[in-house]
Design a protein around this ligand. Sequence first.
Ligand code: URA
Length: 228
Amino acid sequence: MGICSRSEAAKAARRGDVTVDGVTVRRADMHIDPERIRVAFCGQDVIYKSAVVVMLNKPDGYISATEDARDHTVLELLDERCRRLGLFPCGRLDRDTVGLLLLTNDGDLCHRLISPKHKVEKVYYFKCQSPLSDPDRERLEGGVVLDGRLTLPAKLKLRDDRMSGELTLTEGKFHQVKRMLEAVDNKVTYLERIEFASITLDQTLARGEWRYLTADEESVLRRAAELE
Ligand code: URA
């Protein structure tokens, strides 16, 4: 569960720091059912979870990747435990897009959340260069052509200045929001994801900060992914 590496775990067991149902176990090759059996490490219960999901408030300047030779990656913002758990970003936000990014080590969950098939809503707050007209709104909601295909129906809530608002999408094409605004001869000047599958960005997290999802948030996510 990301507490230590495999070899450190074996050493800890030999030292007598691991108990299984209260009994010290010095061999690291024992097979157990982690759903039923209580394992403790240095006296602390190890909470077994088959998958982990983290919410990050992504800052500007980080790329949504696990490693990169040139740029800072969002993984650098997490801790050692998350890196050991093998978390990866669930979909991508551009380098200059900020806000809600989920990271998980559950490939199936991630695939379902980003595939348009499951119609999981992602809400983006944007600012753009010039006011959007009613026909622009109709095109953005009804679909513009990107990569030779119409974008799926979207929802647009415009603020009074008509130069900012919230766009709700159920798919995630490359630079989708920016390219949709370009398709109506406009330009995004600020982009922030504020919601993913009804989970809202935790306002207590500063940019660059993260936390594990609560059990309630995880079940919202699993329902949205049609896993529950
Ligand atoms: N749309 C974009 O254009 N960029 C993002 O980062 C996310 C959605």
